[in-house]
Design a binder for this molecule. Structure first.
Ligand code: BGC
Length: 420
């Protein structure tokens, strides 16, 4: 059996985000959840009825409670237990997000207890030999920000930069790696074009302003963080999708190139001079264009997303052209039975390793996610199971899935099997 070696010091870990795991929050999403839970439950069959697992998830998906993040995984109180598990699985890094609504629940009032909380989180990671990767914005904002119009309002840029300054200063001795924004493309598309995320707007002009304001904070934060902490490494975690044309029609190739450019690269090209590293969130392949698809598609996850491991290679190869360190900041699968996750991990890491062998500077991999969690993209709720570790939401008991052990072997040996 031939094993492939990852570079020395390659970071291995998993990702989470505050809103999806912490519990006990009050932000613009929690308010929106309360107002929309009933309707989301009623729409469940229309949205998820086509999935092969529909009969298994039906009761949960039609229950309004499924759309309320509530206690989530209670990770806010259980992070030490969760990090013990990650450590036992050989993780050497961990990505999580700091919740702005906890730090600044009211305009200008910074809560020192919460700043201390996240300092303890960072220290708990370091004590277990894990490098913290701190996301500063994973889609949620304090309600007072929503009240002034959220990211449509330029004032939000100022407020966010003030929050970042506070964080950079508070953790200047504790944190090196900062991810300013998570997936501004998804946030803008779903919040302001399709309207399926809060604030539920469908207006392309508003979407453009939001995108520009997010671009301004990504660039501005780079300076603010470096002013306070010259050793800091500042990046972004962007959603990169692998697009392919449905068939060889000339129009399809053209439209695919346009979509690919705007989704994957437009934002990145505008901020690339203010980045120390690029974070790649990769999940699936999307077929684009008119007509019947002639491309053969593969297995799908519980969410119906195609499993397409080679896509991660194509994207990393492309990102290599930016000549910055790269991290896979998210890659994972909704798989409640844990039947596909093992192969998913091995195959995506096979292709990641190939990109590295061919000279791409990938320095770490963060699986999405450490825990099952509240899946807030498109407000799907608790039934999609992305965790290396299963969460029983009644008892909050954690249960390590078999695939987590496969991943642990890779983390601990820093190698993968190239012959599977
Ligand atoms: C987001 C995560 C989410 C994951 C799976 C990414 O778009 O950053 O918050 O849970 O995808 O849908």
């Amino acid at each position: 059996m031939e094993r492939g070696q990852f570079p020395k010091g390659f970071l291995w870990g998993a990702s989470t985000s505050a809103h999806q795991v912490e519990g006990g929050l009050r932000n613009d999403w929690t308010e929106w959840e309360k107002q929309n839970a009933e309707q989301l439950a009623q729409e469940a069959e229309r949205r998820f009825g086509h999935l092969p697992i529909w009969s298994d998830i039906k009761t949960q998906a039609q229950n309004p409670q499924n759309y309320i993040s509530g206690r989530a995984c209670d990770h806010y109180n259980r992070y030490e237990e969760d990090f013990d598990i990650a450590q036992s699985l050989g993780h050497t890094a961990h990505r999580f997000s700091i919740e702005w609504s906890r730090i600044e629940p009211r305009e200008g009032e910074f809560d020192e207890k919460e700043i201390e909380h996240y300092r303890n989180v960072v220290r708990a990671l370091r004590a277990r030999g894990m490098e913290p990767f701190v996301t500063l914005w994973h889609w949620t904002q304090p309600t007072w920000i929503a009240d002034i119009g959220g990211w449509e309002n330029k004032k939000t840029v100022e407020y966010f930069l003030r929050f970042v300054e506070k964080i950079a200063d508070a953790y200047k001795n504790d944190v090196t790696h900062f991810i300013v924004l998570n997936e501004p493309n998804i946030y803008t598309a779903f919040g302001f074009i399709t309207g399926s995320h809060p604030p539920g707007i469908k207006n392309i002009f508003k979407a453009k302003n939001v995108y520009l304001n997010l671009r301004a904070v990504q660039k501005g934060s780079y300076k603010v963080i470096h002013n306070g902490n010259p050793r800091a490494q500042v990046g972004i975690a962007n959603s990169f999708m692998y697009f392919e044309e449905k068939n060889g029609l000339f129009f399809n190739t053209w439209i695919k190139n346009v979509v690919e450019y705007f989704w994957n690269f437009w934002f990145l090209n505008k901020i690339k001079n203010d980045l120390d590293f690029i974070g790649c969130n990769y999940y699936s392949r999307y077929l684009i264009g008119l007509g019947n698809k002639m491309v053969k598609t593969g297995d799908t996850s519980d969410l119906g997303w195609e499993i397409f491991p080679k896509g991660i290679y194509c994207i990393l190869k492309h990102l290599g052209k930016y000549k910055k360190p790269l991290y896979v900041t998210e890659n994972g699968i909704a798989d409640a039975q844990d039947k596909q996750r093992r192969n998913f991990i091995e195959e995506h890491l096979f292709w990641t390793h190939k990109a590295i062998r061919e000279g791409v500077d990938v320095r770490g991999y963060f699986h999405w996610s450490l825990l099952d969690n509240f899946e807030f993209p498109e407000v799907r709720g608790f039934w999609p199971r992305f965790g290396l570790v299963e969460v029983d939401y009644e008892t909050m008991k954690r249960n390590i899935r078999p695939s987590a052990h496969t991943y642990a072997k890779i983390c601990k040996t820093n190698t993968i099997d190239l012959t599977f």
